[in-house]
Design a protein around this ligand. Structure first.
Ligand code: PMP
Length: 382
């Protein structure tokens, strides 16, 4: 990083680094919670066909309201989460990262606070910084589940404009139950918002980036949208949908929330190509999501396997996970484990509380490579 001092960079950005996990060219990349399985040939065909259809129209701006995509997303949620939403209750952007930035732009700002539950996704403080929103966290319990009493108390005391609940949580994988979401909603509906007009209540944003990996039978927070104007649920096609490269995220909420985001979005933020590519995947949701069940099984098997491993004579602690990654520790020198795995061509993530590491699910071959390397590294650490 080299930013000359004669550039008038914002004072609060001086010394900051761009966010991002290392993009290293190694044989086994298990560090950014991607889906290891590529889109199927049928999806690739649809992408080519959809993009071919719109290519001659690229002299024109795209549909700013991306209505066809919003209809397709509503249809997908009706199948995946059994929830009946109007297209106007959905909104898409370039990854759920952009969705979240729009949420902060619309509901955060100077004099306002966003509240999260730590440890959690490390991008949130950056959206807060970029929108001059204060960022506060309530610690999770030692098993990384939500401390509901502390959360409810903090909502009343901090009077945040945004409450950000990640479920399943990143980096821990911990799901929040629907009862926990309801408890936070009830707290939000009673609370005031510092810096907002009288009568405003905090917006609860549930980040469901990994929700498709949950255990079957658990409801998504989208099922509560109907009754709660202060609830928004963000999702992504990057993970279960195996579409990280396409950059498509979306949010579901009552139309008041969506209309607020429409105020701050860039005009034509979603290119015609992105819309076409997203629609192509939504034409084939079954194929596109075909590997989710297998990845869930891979995860459950890996959790069991990791729990049987020992580090310096002590069994590893592995967090319960409803996601496509596993959070495990506790290492007194996690850098050693991380670096020796990297020496063996296996890249994982050193993120979250000290002593813990996160590995995301790969193909069966990649997981076999990870296990082989990890056993060697544990032996080295003895
Ligand atoms: N939310 C969470 C909890 C995440 O872990 C991620 C990606 N790591 C995102 C949002 C952003 O995903 P995307 O922008 O690819 O949709």
């Amino acid at each position: 990083m080299s930013i000359p001092s004669n550039l008038p960079l914002r004072n609060d950005l001086a010394g900051e680094e761009p966010y991002g996990a290392p993009q290293l060219d190694v044989p086994v990349c298990l560090n950014v919670n991607e889906n290891p399985y590529p889109p199927s040939p049928a999806v690739v065909e649809s992408i080519v066909e959809r993009v071919r259809q719109i290519a001659p129209t690229l002299n024109r701006y795209p549909d700013r309201e991306h209505m066809e995509l919003r209809r397709a997303l509503a249809h997908y949620l009706s199948k995946e989460s059994f929830v009946d939403l109007e297209p106007e209750q959905l909104w898409a952007a370039n990854g759920s990262n952009e969705i979240m930035l729009q949420v902060f732009q619309a509901f955060g700002g100077p004099g306002r606070t966003a509240l999260g539950f730590a440890p959690t996704y490390s991008m949130y403080p950056e959206y807060a910084r970029d929108t001059f929103t204060a960022w506060e966290t309530v610690p999770r319990k030692s098993d990384f589940t939500l401390d509901v009493d502390a959360a409810v108390k903090a909502i009343a005391e901090v009077k945040p404009s945004i409450v950000l609940l990640t479920s399943p949580n990143n980096p821990t994988g911990t799901p929040a139950s629907i009862e926990e979401v309801e408890a936070l909603l009830a707290a939000c509906e009673k609370a005031d918002v510092e810096g907002a007009p009288q009568g405003a209540h905090p917006l609860l944003v549930v980040d469901e980036a990994y929700i498709e990996f949950r255990r079957p039978g658990k409801p998504s927070a989208t099922t509560l949208i109907d009754k709660h104007p202060n609830l928004a649920v963000s999702r992504t096609m990057s993970k279960a949908f195996a579409y990280a490269g396409a950059r498509v995220g979306y949010i579901a909420a009552q139309t008041g929330v969506i209309d607020s985001l429409r105020i701050v979005r860039m005009p034509y933020h979603l290119s015609a190509v992105t819309q076409a590519v997203a629609l192509a995947a939504l034409d084939h949701t079954d194929e596109q999501l075909a590997q989710v069940g297998h990845l869930r099984q891979t995860r459950d098997d890996l959790v069991q396997w990791l729990r049987a491993q020992t580090y310096k004579g002590t069994p590893l602690t592995v967090a319960d996970t409803d996601s496509n990654f596993v959070f495990f520790g506790v290492f007194d020198d996690r850098d050693f484990i991380f670096n020796r795995l990297l020496d063996r061509g296996v890249l994982i993530r050193d993120v979250g509380p000290d002593g813990w590491l996160r590995v995301c699910m790969g193909t069966d071959e990649e997981i076999a490579e990870f296990k082989k390397a990890f056993v060697e590294v544990l032996r080295l650490a003895e």
